[in-house]
Ligand binder design. Structure first.
Ligand SMILES: [Zn+2]
Length: 200
């Protein structure tokens, strides 16, 4: 735990030197280069338990929700976050909402389990990965550009702050599970992104 805290502090110290001035990291609150809604702000339930992630993670797994469908405002997306958390905790019996982060079609990043907790989003790959879900059904439609840009910015900040490895691999959920997630259209989109990896 001490090692982890020191690591984070070092990461923050190093990253603030190399970051553009618009990103300012402090202990609990990080000023992100995108709109960010914390758990408190979307009125999350507290987790039933917590597993601490090993950082930095070498893998980014992209998802879509399919349901809930796309949301376009903070109130609508916050409602989607609460609905997913209820399903994951009550119906599925998980410790918390499964994803580490979610991004809405409002271009806003919503905090799920966050950076330093193991998620529940890709069986067998939750440890050592960050799970980012794009809220919506992206089977035939590509998410709006600002939603995609927010995901890319989130990944870049994760690298800058030392939560994601510099040489990370990016994959879609379907590459490690029997699912169509993250949807055909979104999967074709992320195929074009930096660090996308066809085979692990
Ligand atoms: Zn998925």
């Amino acid at each position: 735990m001490t090692y982890y805290v020191v690591l984070v502090l070092i990461s923050l110290a190093v990253s603030t030197q190399s970051l553009p001035p618009r990103i300012i990291a402090s202990k609990e609150s990080i000023c992100y280069p995108f709109s960010f809604v914390s758990r408190e702000e979307w009125n999350a339930r507290p987790p039933k338990s917590i597993s601490t992630q090993n950082l930095p993670v070498p893998l980014v797994v992209i998802h879509h929700t399919y349901i809930p469908r796309a949301c376009y405002s903070q109130s609508e997306c916050s409602r989607s976050m609460r609905a997913m958390q209820d399903t994951h905790m009550i119906t599925n019996g998980w410790a918390d909402i499964g994803y580490n982060f979610a991004v809405g079609s409002d271009g806003v990043v919503y905090e799920g389990r966050g950076w330093n907790r193991v998620g529940a989003h890709a069986v067998g790959y939750n440890v050592n990965s960050v799970g980012i879900v794009l809220i919506g059904d992206w089977v035939s439609a590509v998410p709006p550009k600002h939603q995609l840009d927010a995901v890319k910015d989130l990944i870049n900040v994760g690298i800058e702050l030392g939560y994601i490895s510099l040489d990370y691999k990016l994959i879609g959920h379907r590459q490690v599970g029997a699912t169509e997630c993250p949807g055909e259209a979104l999967f074709n989109e992320i195929n074009k992104w930096d660090r996308f990896t066809h085979a692990l």
